[in-house]
Write a new protein. Sequence first.
Length: 366
Amino acid sequence: MIGAVLYQSPLLQVPGAVAFEGQSLVDASGVPFHYSDPLAEQRRLHDAPSLVDRSHRAVVEVSGPDAPVFLNNLLSQKLDTAAAGFGAEALDLDAQGRILHHAGVVFDGETFYLDVPRAQHDSLVAHLQRMVFWSDVTIRDADLGVLTVFSPAGAAPINGAVITREVPWVGGLSRTDSLVPREEIAAAARAFRDAGGQLAGLMAFTAQRVRAGEPEMAADLDAKAIPHEVPRLINRAGRLGAVHLEKGCYRGQETVARVENLGRAPRLLVMLQLDGSAPAEPAPGAEITAGGRKVGRLGTVVHDADYGPIALGLVKRSALKAALDIDGTAATVDPDFLPADEAGGAGRRAVDGLRHRSSQTGGEFS
């Protein structure tokens, strides 16, 4: 099972498949990183449906009569009323609202499937099992692999998929995540190609993920990260992210509500444009500085076919428009990631109003 032994996808046997070499905080081992022409693979995403092998992720099943309420009480997404076919993301937070686990979620009417990076598998399962108490639920590993399809013309199905999830995406592409039995991955990929699809490596997915602002836990978030620092994670304007702002109590919910209504996240996860003339790309985990002062942490770094070297970074809100430096590489925040609305929630506007009136009368507000 994944997590117990080093996983190797059967698609690594496809001619031209290249595995990721070296070590990185990005979970990239065990699946094709590219198929010998990584930048062309990225460009072809807009030409025809492209399949990315993400079967190195771990998949956990949670089933039983109490599963919807059980998970709803533990995770940040509203799951107690989920209908068959529901798909979204969800977070497990600590008592201070810091992110511990980030999972993709899909429900077939009887079973919830949670997919996470393999490094999160053991701790997530242990947490779920600790919280069962008298709930009538069954938690077990599923021998399923995640296959992601990007398509310029709507969802593209995968033969043999147990269940699929549509993921809201950017850049004129649709994204569909399918869960496929691991022993059927090779056959599913052949059928996909026979139907006119193509293969793309995890590098193409990573470039898309960075452009969409989607984090990977180990690479892009630190031990202090909270949901509002990653705008994509918040359910807004009909888009299902990972955090439902109106559901009932769960661990960490107080922090979510407080930041939503009274404050602003101190940092934001943003896409960075890196100086392509630098002799070497900085590594995930490096310090981001502005004027010699630490203002953030570098996450995923990838070479994009259109933008050149790009990255995700957790950057202090006060430094979003500053000239940034990362181990000698110049960087700037992509303009599309600058927050458009700085007004805050109703509570924040009330606090700002009190501060304004206090300053006019010479008083002090803290």
